[in-house]
Design a protein around this ligand. Sequence first.
Ligand SMILES: Cc1ncc(C[n+]2csc(CCOP(=O)(O)OP(=O)(O)O)c2C)c(N)n1
Ligand SMILES: [Mg+2]
Length: 356
Amino acid sequence: MEQQFPMIQVMNNDGELVMTEYCEQITKELAMTFYRHLMRTRTFDRKCVSLQRQGRIGTYAPYEGQEAAQVGSALALKDDDWLFPTYRDHGATMTFGHSLTRILLYWRGRNEGCVPPNGKKIFPPSVPIATQLPHAAGAAYAEKRKGTKNAAIVYFGDGATSEGDFHEGLNIASVFQAPVVFFNQNNQYAISVPITKQMNSQTIAQKALAYDIPGVRVDGNDVFAVYFETQKALERARNGEGPTLIEAITWRYGAHTTADDPTKYRNQDESKKRRELADPIQRLERFMKREGFWDETWAQSVQEKVGREVEQAITEMENYPEAKSDDMFDYVFAQPTWTIEQQKNEYNAWKRGSIR
Ligand SMILES: Cc1ncc(C[n+]2csc(CCOP(=O)(O)OP(=O)(O)O)c2C)c(N)n1
Ligand SMILES: [Mg+2]
């Protein structure tokens, strides 16, 4: 199966182009755009981990190491497409145009964090594993029924492919030839469970065979491979050729969330080695240096600019108006059930001091 689904690489770990197909499209401007987004996502992610440690946001799910998979795929989208993320995909949502302040509000436990900027079709992060796949298939099918050229992308992890919703989503999308890209980030772990203990399949891409849709395996740390292969899959979707399953092979360096301790289940040297060998940002930097696209002053200015942008979002998040406690009751259902009404009344009575 690994031979039938070879891992597509455009740029190897040393930053050399190893596939000629896309050479002409890989310009200095494109490389600079990718680098800016990669640095922006990494800066944001690291800052969030430290905000959690300082008690300024709640539990946080870091994606460091997976930036190329998220940035490359999100940049392949068009403005009117749909994006269905998990809790680990804010690197993709921010690249697609989500507001950093809103993403921070989400991690602070605020319902406002689930609201995308006007006109952006970004769903709230799905925490229940794989439930977003049927939603994405449905949204994509609705676009098809309306006769638009819009597509949907849905993100999920390796662990999610063991859920029923994964199979239901792929099946329904295949039956109705919905314009959706199933974008799997195979970071090789579902919390503490390594992929080898979770599935007997050699690849995730091969699971596409059962639904008779294309299955594509890419090096998820190669931003070019991810970008061009996602673009191809989206083009197929827009042209009425139905869904694609993409497996992007990657690795998270850190913890599953800030509530997890990865030293309990894996050797940290593995992450260190992968960082040295295959880090998505260093790899692009190596490529840019080889091609003569690299400029130290420019790289520094990128770092300063994204740093300022992140700091400003943090200030906005912290100065956001106080949360109204009624929100946690009012947004559960469109029409509250009597139990929720009762809980709300009891809570408000307790706040007023009339019950203890
Ligand atoms: C339906 C469901 N079952 C279990 C969980 C608990 N859980 C949270 S994250 C996770 C692992 C998911 O792994 P994967 O799909 O590989 O995504 P990753 O976290 O690696 O990005 C599990 C089992 C959940 N959130 N939802
Ligand atoms: Mg995983």
